[in-house]
Design a protein around this ligand. Structure first.
Ligand code: SF4
Length: 254
């Protein structure tokens, strides 16, 4: 069985060890595996090299006149066997946990299950975290193998149609999983009000919700974070920064 893995800036599979930059496990040492392919097309996506292929007509904020922000699958993606992917993880040394991220990892759920089983065979106590956009329900087989789903449903400012990005049955499936926590990317206080409505509709406790300012520079994160804090606190939501942006900037594989 194979996985489609995204490439780092050296054209190699993006498997790396770093600090978790966002969400419930922020600051923890993790080994990251970035999967290629996404079923959403966010206009501000900072991993557009996992899905925004040459010839597609998806809009992106980094499009320039006559120079759309596009990527070639041949340059940005590799098919890697489950055993080889596990070997890339192993080569980085023992880690408390692995983060399966993307793109949208749940598009490759069967291969993820196989990979998790190989990784757990090597290290039975390994924590498994999955970052997902919340549009694909996890199978029972996957859910029982995952310690933390960091679910990030996308709001209107992402440019995705709500019918695609906010699917009630998928959100309900994640809300029913104790291992699922939610991370909403926000730009304005109005976004926080939308999150509050979603939380009420889907019965998601505030303690399982994180709000993260959208931005790929420290300056933007700081300004948006400060502008959003009062609204976040008023609803009792958690806040998450983007640690990797402050430490490394908007780079791949860090
Ligand atoms: S869901 Fe995530 S990976 Fe997919 S387009 Fe949006 S930000 Fe990018």
């Amino acid at each position: 069985m194979h996985l489609r893995l995204a490439h780092n800036d050296k054209g190699k599979p993006e498997v790396f060890r770093s600090f978790q930059g966002e969400g419930r496990a922020i600051g923890r040492v993790r080994t990251f595996i970035r999967l290629s392919g996404c079923n959403l097309h966010c206009v501000w996506c900072d991993t557009a090299y996992t899905w925004n292929w040459t010839g597609s007509d998806f809009r992106h904020e980094r499009d320039e006149p006559g120079r759309p922000y596009k990527f070639s699958p041949a340059a940005e993606m590799s098919k890697v066997s489950v055993e080889d992917a596990a070997a890339l993880v192993r080569a980085l040394g023992e880690s408390e946990g692995v983060v399966l991220t993307g793109g949208e990892p749940l598009m490759q759920s069967e291969a993820l299950i196989a990979l998790i089983d190989v990784l757990k065979r090597d290290q039975p106590g390994l924590k498994i975290e999955v970052e997902t956009n919340g549009t694909i329900s996890p199978s029972a087989e996957l859910a029982q193998r995952v310690d933390l789903f960091m679910v990030s449903p996308k709001l209107a400012h992402s440019g995705n149609a709500a019918a695609l990005a906010l699917q009630p049955d998928k959100l309900a499936a994640f809300a029913a999983l104790p291992s699922a926590h939610f991370k909403f990317v926000a730009r304005t206080a109005e976004d926080i009000a939308v999150v509050a409505t979603l939380a009420q509709t889907h019965n998601i406790p505030a303690s399982r919700i994180y709000i993260m300012p959208e931005g790929v520079t420290s300056e933007t994160l700081m300004a948006r974070g400060q502008a959003l804090l009062a609204a976040i606190l008023a609803h009792g939501f958690n806040f998450t920064d983007r640690l990797h942006i402050h430490l490394f900037g908007a780079q791949r594989g860090v």
